[in-house]
Design a protein around this ligand. Structure first.
Ligand SMILES: Nc1ncnc2c1ncn2[C@@H]1O[C@H](COP(=O)(O)OP(=O)(O)O)[C@@H](O)[C@H]1O
Ligand SMILES: [Mg+2]
Length: 322
């Protein structure tokens, strides 16, 4: 059973020109026809260079952004056009953890209130003591201590703050969590601890994750399946082992070559991949989006957009050369 299914998702941001009378000067094609699914209890790792459209995908799944077109199904039902009641239900089932635990925690609130606030809204019937107990349980689950409850966010390290953000996301017992670069701002040693925490919690609670990162080493550590994104489009999608054993797309192959050896998490690989910059999504290359940087590009690649197709069982790719 898929918890999430996305079909031909697109997001175009208008570029406005002029100060008083806005006119549309063009569009940023941030997400340009993306399809994938996430089976229940699994992690889909979404990897790609900065600017490839990963966060835009995550934000559409969270209903923070309305897609220009395409479909998003949650447990088989569209999340576009929910009734207020369905919307409330969706909000309690789907949560998020973002990159920056410094910006996402209110500096004026103590940790216990930050974590418990959602419950006041979602479960107003709970008594003070009950909320307190739930918050304490949640804090223990992510490795925080009882005495942390009355402290303020600035008293914690980056890793501890991310634990607070995780406890807050889990307090409403979600089924699906979008994790957008949740370890990218942390020291390498702390990254591994937080990644393991995500894995433990997933096993215990049977959660499903969309895990977004520019770092393939991190993605490899956490994902069951991996989707490789480039300039608004998916290049490849399959299970983790298959991707590392048998990468089909030249972009994926380049990403794999760029993984630092020996295995080190946390290193930014985006400038080691291949020569040249990622083109602008305002005016993306015709044909295959990757053709301007691909060592194997032919005339066909420069003019015809490759189809998204299942090249092998469960292994999807968009490339003329495969
Ligand atoms: N609100 C917005 N308005 C205009 N352009 C945007 C907006 N949000 C993102 N973009 C553009 O869309 C593209 C994809 O951005 P994003 O989804 O943040 O990529 P990633 O998360 O992979 O780094 C980028 O070119 C970015 O500048
Ligand atoms: Mg992003």
């Amino acid at each position: 059973m898929n918890i999430v299914e996305v079909k031909d998702l697109r997001m175009c941001f208008p570029i406005l020109k002029g100060v008083l009378f806005h006119s549309v000067a063009g569009y940023v094609k941030a997400v340009d026809g993306v399809s994938f699914s996430i089976p229940e209890g699994e992690t889909l790792g979404l990897v790609g260079e900065s600017g490839s459209g990963k966060s835009t995908v995550g934000n559409m799944l969270l209903r923070l952004l309305k897609p220009t077109s395409g479909e998003i199904l949650y447990r088989g039902r569209s999340i576009l056009g929910l009734s207020p009641q369905e919307e409330r239900e969706f909000r309690s089932r789907v949560q998020m953890v973002f990159q920056n635990p410094f910006a996402s925690l209110n500096p004026r609130m103590i940790v216990g209130d930050i974590i418990g606030r959602v419950l006041r809204v979602q479960r107003p019937e709970l008594k003070r003591d009950e909320v307190r107990d739930l918050v304490l349980n949640g804090m223990q689950e992510v490795g925080l201590k009882v005495e942390h409850m009355t402290r303020y966010p600035h008293e914690f390290s980056g890793g501890q703050r991310q634990r607070i953000a995780i406890a807050r996301a889990l307090i409403s017992s979600p089924e699906f969590v979008v994790l957008d670069e949740p370890t990218s701002a942390l020291d390498v040693s702390v990254q591994a601890q937080i990644l393991n925490l995500f894995k433990d919690i997933q096993k215990k609670r049977h959660l499903s994750y969309l895990f977004i990162s520019h770092n393939l080493s991190v993605i490899r550590h956490i994902s069951h399946r991996i989707a490789v994104m480039y300039l608004g489009s998916l290049m490849e999608f399959c299970d983790r082992q298959e991707l590392f054993r048998n990468p089909l797309h030249p972009y994926t192959q380049a990403l794999l070559r760029s993984i630092p050896k020996p295995y080190v998490t946390g290193e930014d690989i985006s400038d080691k991949i291949i020569k040249g910059d990622i083109p602008s999504p305002i005016d993306p290359p015709a044909g295959c989006r990757f053709n301007t940087r691909c060592p194997q590009a032919t005339d066909e690649c420069r003019s015809v957009r490759p189809q998204w197709r299942e090249a092998r069982d469960g292994h999807w790719v968009a490339c003329h050369q495969v």
